[in-house]
Design a protein around this ligand. Structure first.
Ligand code: HEC
Ligand code: HEC
Ligand code: HEC
Length: 134
């Protein structure tokens, strides 16, 4: 004969202690990345939208940048027509970084969090104002 209730309570107490360090970390020691979009160019936009929808950009911007590079360098195509039918010059510096001129508060904000370091800035120019972290 044993007391099932006490065992369950014991397990619950054990789990609470065993997992405490994990859930007490959530949202505190590892702050969530908060990329800022309050740049002068974006502030002036009527509809604050990226070249493609936000969810797509968040997940696929690396691939899009690769496509842009291939398109510009291999095919000499320097105009991108977005899924909404808008046209953009294919340029990391003059298009992406014109809107996202706050590289450290935008690109680096997420990349630091995700621990990725794109090597693009070895060659591609970033304006002084935006270069305080690299
Ligand atoms: C015309 C201005 C403009 C251009 C050009 C532009 N962006 Fe954006 N971008 C924005 C705005 C505004 C948002 C926020 C969109 C929203 O909240 O719906 C955004 C969102 C994003 C996001 C998602 C951020 C998040 O919080 O999830 C990424 C990533 C991004 N842009 C990368 C890029 C890259 C890479 C390029 C060049 C290929 C680029 N953007 C070009 C204005 C621009
Ligand atoms: C919403 C967060 C977020 C923002 C904002 C963001 N990135 Fe990223 N970026 C990521 C993540 C996460 C990865 C890694 C994805 C992976 O490995 O699958 C990444 C990867 C990349 C890569 C590929 C690097 C590699 O080594 O694979 C490039 C290039 C890149 N980002 C460029 C940019 C540029 C340029 C900007 C600013 C205009 C930007 N990103 C803004 C989250 C972001
Ligand atoms: C070794 C130097 C170097 C590195 C590193 C580099 N690029 Fe480039 N990239 C170039 C050169 C040179 C061009 C051609 C410029 C031109 O013809 O306009 C170019 C062109 C591009 C273009 C198309 C045109 C333009 O001006 O933006 C894109 C987009 C691009 N690169 C994205 C990237 C991304 C994203 C990364 C990082 C993952 C990267 N590049 C890393 C040298 C480099």
């Amino acid at each position: 004969m044993y007391d099932g209730g006490k065992i369950i309570l014991g397990i619950a107490v054990f789990l609470a202690f065993a997992t405490f360090p994990f859930y007490s970390n959530m949202g505190r020691t590892v702050p969530k990345a908060e990329p800022k979009i309050d740049t002068p160019v974006i502030q002036q936009m009527e509809e604050k939208e990226c070249v493609e929808p936000k969810e797509f950009m968040r997940a696929e911007h690396m691939k899009l940048l690769n496509e842009w590079r291939d398109s510009a360098l291999r095919d000499a195509r320097r105009v991108y027509v977005s899924s909404r039918g808008k046209r953009y010059d294919i340029s990391l510096q003059n298009t992406c970084m014109k809107c996202h001129s706050n590289k450290s508060k935008f690109c680096d904000e997420c990349h630091g969090y995700a621990a990725v370091k794109p090597y693009c800035w070895d060659c591609h120019f970033v304006k002084e104002e935006a270069r305080d972290e690299h």
